[in-house]
Write a protein that binds this ligand. Structure first.
Ligand code: GUN
Length: 295
């Protein structure tokens, strides 16, 4: 049977194109502010990409780099200044913050109207209550990918593996909003393989390399793999490679549409961040949300 790969890069490009079109129709350019603390190399790469794509879609970006030894109070002051800056539509504090800093306390300072990561208590509360708001980026990307492959998700059984605040819990609520029947499986779930085999849509988000085996996947099920795990390269000593939470090679022979790693969920996170920046700008400035972003 031929493998049906969901091309996350292509879907992300199409979302970014939609954002570019939407931005060109707005009365003024939205601005995204990114706060980067310390010198974590992966965070620097993520932030560079976020800024590059922000500008490619025609929006403005502001970057605030703070050194690793800065105090939490100084990070909070930066966030408060961005809250007060009327030019700024979206604020993103890149995680993780240096050890010893209380990320929750810093995130709590972000004005919910500018919370383009969807991580504040207000954004989480609105998601639970079914009120409009800014939704977390990676779980939104998962829903868009599943819809790109399956169309309407109504009535599908979605099994999410993992109950994290960043992905598992919000993903469950977002798939529920799509009228799915949702199960959250986790480390204490009994016979997790059997639970996963019930899924029409399987969304592993645990960070365990290739944990999901082919016999966990119902034949034809859609698999959206959130895991990004760096493991030693099997053939090149000293080198590494990226794998997901799914044993892709074996699972893709059983599954229906499936996302690869890399090139699946990863590119969607930034695309959804850009989309949220447009939505935040529209809501805050009293402009209609463009239809083009109705996914
Ligand atoms: N670090 C890794 N992914 C993310 C993300 O989506 N948002 C933020 N703020 N930090 C991250």
């Amino acid at each position: 049977m031929s493998v049906e790969i969901i091309d996350g890069k292509a879907v992300a490009t199409s979302v970014r194109d939609d954002v570019t079109k939407a931005v060109s129709g707005l009365p003024s350019q939205p601005t995204l502010a990114v706060v980067l603390v310390g010198d974590d190399p992966a965070s620097h790469v993520y932030v560079r990409n976020k800024i590059k794509f922000t500008e490619e879609t025609g929006m403005r970006s502001l970057e605030h780099r703070l050194s690793a030894d800065v105090s939490q109070e100084d990070v909070v002051k930066t966030v408060r200044a961005l809250n007060a800056d009327d030019e700024v539509d979206g604020i993103l504090v890149q995680l993780p913050l240096p050890s010893g800093m209380d990320s929750d306390a810093v995130i709590a300072e972000i004005d919910p109207a500018k919370d383009v990561d969807g991580l504040t208590e207000a954004s989480a509360g609105r998601l639970v209550l079914g009120q409009p708001g800014l939704r977390p980026c990676t779980p939104t990307g998962c829903v868009i990918l599943a819809k790109s492959a399956l169309g309407d998700l109504t009535g599908k059984h979605c099994v999410i593996i993992g109950r994290s605040i960043l992905v598992g819990k919000p993903a469950a609520l977002l798939f529920l909003e799509q009228n799915c029947t949702v199960t959250i499986a986790h480390s204490r779930t009994k016979d997790i393989a059997a639970v996963c085999r019930e899924a029409d849509i399987l969304v592993p988000a645990v960070g365990r390399p290739e944990m999901v085996k082919a016999d966990w996947v119902k034949p034809g099920a859609c698999v959206v793999d959130v895991g990004i795990n760096r493991v030693p390269h099997p053939k090149k000593p000293g080198k590494s490679r990226l794998v997901g939470d799914v044993d892709f090679k074996a699972a893709s022979e059983v599954s229906g549409p499936i996302t690869p790693v890399p090139g699946g969920v990863g590119p969607m996170t930034i695309a959804c961040l850009l989309r949220n920046t447009v939505l935040a700008a529209c809501d805050r400035r009293g402009w209609d949300r463009p239809d083009i972003l109705s996914v």
